[in-house]
Design a protein around this ligand. Structure first.
Ligand SMILES: CC(C)(COP(=O)(O)OP(=O)(O)OC[C@H]1O[C@@H](n2cnc3c(N)ncnc32)[C@H](O)[C@@H]1OP(=O)(O)O)[C@@H](O)C(=O)NCCC(=O)NCCS
Length: 166
């Protein structure tokens, strides 16, 4: 039974394995320090979809300075565990855990699977950034309102490891 929880130091190897498989060479990859700090932050920014210790997907959020939005830098699901709803659980977690009023992500328009997922979870495409990727593909920029700042969203979204299910 998979649930979403804040990532812990013990998850590092499985997360980096998925990063290498799904996002090789991505410049936004979390740093060693970010992995070392897992479990120490009051407001976690890295989450996993896991069955106990078995990690099948992960989410990385980042708050860059002077932005109204929290960025979803990575959402990835192990191909062996696709189409089980884990992508949707992680995307909803992004909306719940975001620290800023909006949540923003970039996706390749050719990644129709991910694009559909984000629309289903409440994101809307707001713009395109031309030739965003090294191969020249544009990026679709998608945004959604974070739950924390929504009138109807949950009041608290502080999530400790092992205390959340999505
Ligand atoms: C994109 C990605 C995150 C989707 O993850 P996922 O876990 O497969 O997502 P979900 O299971 O929530 O949804 C995927 C599909 O499975 C379907 N699904 C979910 N639960 C299901 C179930 N119980 N039974 C049948 N189908 C189901 C969804 O309806 C959806 O269908 P669709 O593609 O026709 O719209 C994953 O494919 C991935 O990591 N891709 C590589 C990395 C990537 O591209 N990341 C995004 C970069 S912006």
């Amino acid at each position: 039974m998979y649930s979403v929880r804040a990532a812990k130091p013990v998850d590092t190897e499985q997360i980096t394995g998925l990063l290498d498989e799904l996002f090789p060479g991505d410049p936004n990859r979390p740093t060693d320090t970010e992995f070392e700090n897992l479990g120490k932050q009051h407001d976690p920014c890295m989450f996993v979809a896991a069955d106990g210790c078995a990690v099948a997907g992960f989410l990385v959020l980042r708050d860059r300075i002077l932005r109204l939005w929290t960025s979803v830098d990575f959402i990835g699901v192990d191909p062996a565990h696709e189409s089980m709803g884990l992508g949707a659980m992680l995307t909803r977690q992004a909306l719940l855990a975001a620290h800023r009023p909006l949540v923003r992500l970039f996706v390749r328009p050719s990644n129709t699977r991910a694009h559909r997922l984000y629309i289903r979870c409440g994101f809307r495409e707001v713009a395109r950034r031309r030739e965003n990727y090294p191969d020249g593909e544009d990026a679709a920029i998608m945004m959604a309102r974070s739950a924390r700042f929504s009138l109807f969203g949950p009041k608290s979204t502080v999530i400790e490891p092992d205390k959340i299910s999505a």
